[in-house]
Write a protein that binds this ligand. Sequence first.
Ligand SMILES: Cc1ncc(COP(=O)(O)O)c(C=O)c1O
Length: 423
Amino acid sequence: MSISTSPHPPHLLSQKRFLSHPDLGPRTHITTSFRPISVKCASTPAQLHTQSAQPQAHSQERLFNFAAGPATLPESVLRRAQSELFLWRGSGMSVMEMSHRGKDFKSIIEKAEADLRTLLQIPSDYSVLFLQGGATTQFAAVPLNVCRSAADPVDYILTGSWSDKAFKEAQKYSKPNAIWSGKPEKYTKIPSFSDLQQNPDAKYLHICANETIHGVEYKTYPTPLNPDAVLVADMSSNFCSKPVDVSRFGIIYAGAQKNVGPSGVTIVIIRNDLIGEAQEITPVMLDYKIHADNNSLYNTPPCFGIYMCGLVFEDLLDQGGLAQVEKRNVEKAQILYNAIDRSNGFYRCPVEKSVRSLMNVPFTLEKPELEAEFIKEAAKENMVQLKGHRSVGGMRASIYNAMPLAGVQKLVSFMKDFQAKHA
Ligand SMILES: Cc1ncc(COP(=O)(O)O)c(C=O)c1O
């Protein structure tokens, strides 16, 4: 979608931010012959009570969720969505019920795009697409759209499991060359760009900007050797965590479920001249031109997810934009890495210091037999999802934008106590 609206369209600015709770009316008991199947919701009804729509620091009832994704979302966003769930503003219905072609949803998707453009200062010759299929679908969509045939060479830098998966998928639709792999060093590094043996004919150079599993993050970006090639980045796990010079990239793609919304939305930011020459075999749903020409509304989009992303973008703007967001992320990450580095080896982060992720912090315990105990004790203190990915083991604390500083402070204080008990 290429639009030039202001980030806050006046018709939305004039609306109230928080509407009062709709009156749901008295609960009625409905007798039915329907026999429930034996699937239970994890939450008991007692937990599902109505809360005020006012933002709060951190609800006592919410756990600190260190999951890698789906991940914690800003409380203010959740509360706002809650307050608008039943009736979206003056529309008389929920966002989940409205037509994706109606004016209300159009205003939602246009505002989401406009706010994202403001946040990332996306140049006007780039399109923003709200798609489905997760970042995994983009592993195929990128070569299908950028290569003219499966014989076209492309370069991949393998810094972890995700870039490796992208590389493997690209083998079906292009001739990818893994020009560097961090596998022998267990994916703890980013290569020096000057040492890369790039193919001068490669159509693009693909990187994963932040390896969610291994906690390795690019701090600067390589430039493709071929002047006609573009840099393509999977930014799923550090999207909108800091300012990025979008003009350095031909394509940026990201699944929403780490930093900017619920799973089900995949965002693609693509330079317009890369749109329109997809390989003939490209399925319609993977063709960027189809989505760009139809403003991401070629088929039914993930409406509610896009709405949620829009609320997150607005929240990030309210926080002062991505430079401010980055400052807070740096502060949180420093606190955690310092705690690890100053533990006299009780905790260790294997990643080279200069490329440690601000988002995903993997660490091991000197005594691996204590790992299960660590996770159990942390859970008792309302800190969950700290287990490392099954492929690497150890621990991993994902501290995305929405993880409050208090959550990191609490984790660090727990780590110190745990060490004192077990060292
Ligand atoms: C960096 C990265 N790329 C790709 C993916 C795959 O994303 P999806 O599950 O949305 O397909 C993930 C998922 O965690 C990821 O972290």
